[in-house]
Design a protein around this ligand. Structure first.
Ligand code: IPD
Length: 269
């Protein structure tokens, strides 16, 4: 059993509270009032309510910290506060709206520009992933580690597929074409924070995607690192919150998966 730090306790409490609302709303998904944020990019009433709960809980526990949230953006003290919560109240919104039981709440803590803690909670499967710099990664208080698979031929990898108004379809098809014949399987489950949590837990051996936002990946990056994995941009550059792509794998497969992925010649690399 892990000893949780005060920060992790704050994050878990907030995620638990927001999850209660999300679970209820998921049960009534058909009745949810949704508004369109852009083509195929829905914001559900549940998303907004969960964000409100998280803002209140995290703000009450640590009043001086900044917030960067998917729906409401950055708080006024984002550039001046030493610490910032980076929050996706409902990652996997499309799954949620279609009644697919695979979505998550993602909360990361950044300190002076460095990601130091992450919590990803799947409220349907009741799986609470958390990690803190130097303290390892955990799933429901049990230590997790990335997989030890060494060969692409045995690897199950996850990715994200461009969709209406998002991403570069032909570039993605070239990636899929390069990767899929070499691996045991490719999955697209539609919740990037859980894709990263699954790499941390050794369920997926790798994950790549382009065009994700900071709140989709911040907590998952901490999980993968603390589970012994490797996270970079596609191409190998150090990952940043505004990176155009992410590649996360167990410690052995990074080089080989990276080598397979075509590197676009353009600025979108
Ligand atoms: C989405 C999910 C999905 C990814 C999309 C994201 P959201 O986040 O993480 O896996 O492929 O690009 O936008 O919008 O459900 O929070």
């Amino acid at each position: 059993m892990a000893t949780r730090s005060a920060h992790i306790n704050v994050m878990i409490r907030a995620a638990d509270k927001a999850a209660r609302k999300l679970r209820r709303d998921y049960g009534e998904v058909a009745n949810l009032q949704v508004s369109r944020k852009g083509p195929a990019d829905f914001v559900s009433a549940a998303d907004l309510k969960a964000e409100q709960v998280l803002r209140e809980e995290l703000g009450r526990a640590r009043p001086g910290y900044a917030l960067l949230m998917e729906e409401s953006g950055a708080s006024a003290n984002r550039d001046t506060a030493e610490r910032c919560w980076i929050v996706d109240p409902l990652d996997g919104t499309t799954n949620f709206l279609h009644g697919l039981p695979h979505f998550a709440i993602s909360i990361a803590l950044e300190e002076r520009g460095e990601l130091i803690a992450g919590v990803v909670f799947d409220p349907i499967k009741n799986e609470m992933y958390y990690a803190e710099k130097g303290q390892g990664a955990y799933l429901n208080d049990r230590r997790i580690r990335v997989s030890s698979r060494e060969h692409l031929a045995d690897a199950l990898v996850a990715t994200g597929i461009p969709f209406l108004g998002h991403g570069d379809g032909p570039a993605f098809m070239a990636e899929l074409d390069a990767v899929s014949p070499k691996v045991a399987g490719v999955r697209r489950w539609g919740t990037a924070s859980l894709d990263l949590a699954y790499v941390a837990a050794g369920r997926f051996d790798g994950f790549w995607e382009r065009g994700l936002a900071a709140w989709d990946v911040a907590a998952g990056i901490v999980l993968v690192r603390e589970a012994g994995g490797h996270v970079s941009e596609i191409g190998g550059k150090a990952i940043r919150l505004d990176s155009p792509s992410i590649l996360a794998t167990n410690e052995v497969l990074h080089r080989s998966l990276n080598r397979l992925l075509p590197k676009p010649a353009s600025k979108s690399a």
